[in-house]
Design a protein around this ligand. Sequence first.
Ligand SMILES: [Zn+2]
Length: 129
Amino acid sequence: MYTGSCFCKKITVELSAEPQVVISGSAYSYNFIVGADDYKISGTPEATDKVADSGNKVKNYYCKDCGSPLYGGAVAESGIIERVVIKGGIFDDVKNIQNRKPSVEIYVEQRLDWVKPVEDCTQLEGMPS
Ligand SMILES: [Zn+2]
């Protein structure tokens, strides 16, 4: 079971499925990706909207009290986020992170010179399609 929260603990996240683990090569961002039905939020996060490089409408959620970034993703035409990208750093149990090495590394063309590719990771120039 994966459970996590923002810094002030007013918002909690629970996963009900094993996540895909993705790391960004541009500078480390360690994320868990699950389906729309595979997570549960308690509390009331705030959202910001932006348009991604792909043109997709994206929502990113954070705690309005402590500012912790929590999760987000591309908003489908149905209005839901079908692949939810959750910040790996919010989860409580370090063993979950130790046991879940990333399987995909994204934005590798923006990798900093002093950062090495993650071994055995699929290397992608942008986001997974
Ligand atoms: Zn908070």
